[in-house]
Design a protein around this ligand. Structure first.
Ligand code: FES
Length: 184
């Protein structure tokens, strides 16, 4: 249980270590817009494919386990910011993120083979504007022009994970409340 600032810092450090333990996180947008276009089905298919992939372990949290060659998480996020292009899926490997749009069930196997197990980018699933395609979500002009404040981390983390919330700086504001600061 987190009772002090020190505990909060320790919990955050542990959460960051967990996050760093993933070889790959598949982030499936599970905002209402993407659910309406079928993202729950995409999530189920991707999760099933990762479970069956050789040399891969589907992990909820990579700490404390004996994993295969790759520790892969399949996660549901909040809105990734481009609802009209759903279902959206991000492939996250450390600082590298690929944003796929309009992902269909028949695309899932290729995503796992090429972008999760391999390091290929599937060009046709990227966002295109004119002749230009965009790999990173923050490069997409519609998103690049935005300064997100409350929703800054939406789409980047597992919306149902307290650990990922902590890793993203969750509860940090509590440190600025004096009653918290003087607790033993
Ligand atoms: S609900 Fe998926 S991008 Fe908004």
């Amino acid at each position: 249980m987190i009772k002090t600032m020190e505990c909060l810092d320790q919990a955050r450090a542990a959460a960051l270590r967990q996050l760093a333990g993933y070889d790959c996180r598949i982030l499936v947008c599970s905002g209402t817009g993407c659910i309406a276009t079928g993202s729950n089905k995409i999530f189920d298919i991707l999760e099933g494919l990762v479970k069956e992939a050789p040399g891969v372990e589907l992990v909820f949290s990579p700490c404390g386990g004996d994993h295969g060659d790759k520790a892969v998480g399949v996660k549901k996020t909040g809105c990734q910011g481009f609802c009209e292009l759903g279902p959206l899926v991000r492939i996250s490997k450390g600082d590298r993120v690929i944003q796929y749009v309009k992902v269909q069930p028949e695309d899932c196997q290729e995503i796992v083979e090429k972008s999760v197990l391999g390091d290929e980018i599937i060009e046709r699933l990227l966002y295109h504007k004119g002749e230009q395609s965009y790999v990173q979500p923050d490069e997409i002009p519609f998103i690049a022009k935005q300064t997100r404040i409350v929703l800054e981390n939406c789409g980047r983390f597992d919306a149902e994970s307290l650990d990922e919330y902590l890793a993203a700086g969750g509860f940090e504001a509590l440190k600025r409340r004096s009653p918290w600061a003087v607790r033993p």
